[in-house]
Structures are given as C-alpha cells and as structure tokens.
Unconditional design. Sequence first.
Length: 82
Amino acid sequence: MPEPAAPNAPDTTEPPLVDADRPPAEQLGRVNTLLAEWAARTAADSHALIERFESMGYAVRGKSEDEIAEVLKRPPRRSPAA
C-alpha cells in the first residue's frame, strides 16, 4: 500500500510553472501569460486593481476577464498616470 502524500506536497498532475532544465529567457513568455491570466481573474472582482492597471496605462476598465488578460499580455498603450 503506497504512503499518503504529505499535506503540502505539490500537485504532480500539473506541469511546473518553470522548467529548471530550460533557460529562464525561454520561459518568460509562458510565465507572463500565466501572470496576465491570474491578474485578469483577480482584477475582474477588484475595482481597486482595475484602477491601478488603468493608472499604469492599461486600458482595462469595462472589459471582461478574457479581454483584461489580452490587454495585460501586451505593453501598456498609454503613458502611466502621474
């Protein structure tokens, strides 16, 4: 009978966010995409985060979660607010 996994053991069903065998520069695009999608999910429920992104030059106000993710995957279109 196999031993139960430790309570804080990583979930081995999903690939790791980064691959230690590959140079970080090759993985930057994937990590940026993951962060944009996470930030979009968070921003969809946070007026303060939407305002923060807007002040950074990202046009996200009034957009859906998917649209916010697409905006955040690219550089800001406007200059940051002073």
